[in-house]
Design a protein around this ligand. Structure first.
Ligand code: NDP
Length: 245
């Protein structure tokens, strides 16, 4: 477990699912944590409670991370309440179920905005500070769907996650000499609200290790990437053997 007592982290979509597990892991390592969410304030409040119970520092902040103005407002609030961000986890995402014949242009734009543009907006907002302090960790939560396609989930989701991995490599190259690492983690099927439709459809039976993943499986890898300074530009697959990459 890295020692993060003097660090501040933001987890987008940190109120439930994978983001919640990451927020709790960061808080357990001593980081101050900003827990972003879009609308479910009660779930964010319960993450805050859990962090406060272990004596951690945390704030919850509602913002739609696909909208530049909301992101700007979110960062100025976090900086006032917790300080500048050292660790950015771009985790917020949506995975609408759409067939080839019913996906609309609006669906496509929304899916790219929430899963991909949000990472660009949040990264741009933290860059100046990380470069000035010569220390930063940015981790983008991708998906196995970037490589194997997204099944019943909209094709826009696979496109957005593949784009997120490209964005990861682009930033990693430009920032490698400045103390800032940028990596992606690509989960397979994880037991969260988002994963539920696929779990119900029986996809779990095809996972070689014999179980669905948990948020903690992803958080473990995030903590590894936060702790080192020599892994950058990588996408780490965490999928129970569902895809060897
Ligand atoms: P959940 O649906 O369980 O949680 C999504 C989180 O994102 C919630 O906190 C939600 O906030 C937040 N969120 C959604 N839209 C926005 C937005 N526009 N602005 C800010 N916050 C937003 O998802 P998971 O935990 O399962 O997924 C987390 C990440 O992992 C996603 O990027 C997903 O694509 C990826 N992933 C998940 C897999 C899985 O099987 N579960 C597999 C592969 C990748 P609120 O509660 O307020 O709505």
């Amino acid at each position: 477990m890295p020692e993060l007592k003097n660090r501040t982290a933001l987890v987008t979509g940190g109120s439930r699912g994978i983001g919640k597990a990451i927020a709790l892991a960061l808080a357990n390592a001593g980081a101050g944590v900003a827990v972003n969410y879009r609308e479910r304030a009660e779930e964010a409040a319960s993450v805050l409670e859990a962090i406060h119970r272990i004596g951690g520092r945390a704030v919850a902040i509602a913002a739609d991370v696909s909208i530049a103005g909301s992101v700007q407002h979110m960062f100025s609030t976090i900086e006032t309440q917790l300080g500048p961000i050292d660790i950015l986890i771009n985790n917020a995402g949506i995975a609408p179920v759409r067939g080839l014949d019913d996906i609309t242009e609006e669906d496509f734009d929304r899916t790219l905005a929430v899963n991909l543009k949000s990472a660009f907006l949040c990264t741009q907002a933290v860059l100046a500070g990380m470069r000035a302090r010569h220390w930063g960790r940015i981790i983008n939560i991708s998906s196995i769907g970037a490589r194997i396609g997204s099944g019943s989930i909209s094709i826009a989701y696979a496109a957005a996650k593949a784009g997120l991995e490209g964005l990861t490599r682009g930033y990693a190259l430009r920032l490698a000499s400045e103390g800032v690492t940028v990596n992606a983690v690509a989960p397979g099927l994880i037991d969260t609200e988002m994963g539920k439709p696929l779990i119900e459809a029986g996809v779990a039976a095809r996972i070689p290790v014999g179980r669905v993943g948990t948020g903690d499986d992803i958080a473990q890898v995030v903590m590894l990437l936060v702790s080192g300074d020599y892994i950058t530009g990588q996408t780490v697959a965490v999928n129970g053997g569902a895809l060897f990459s």
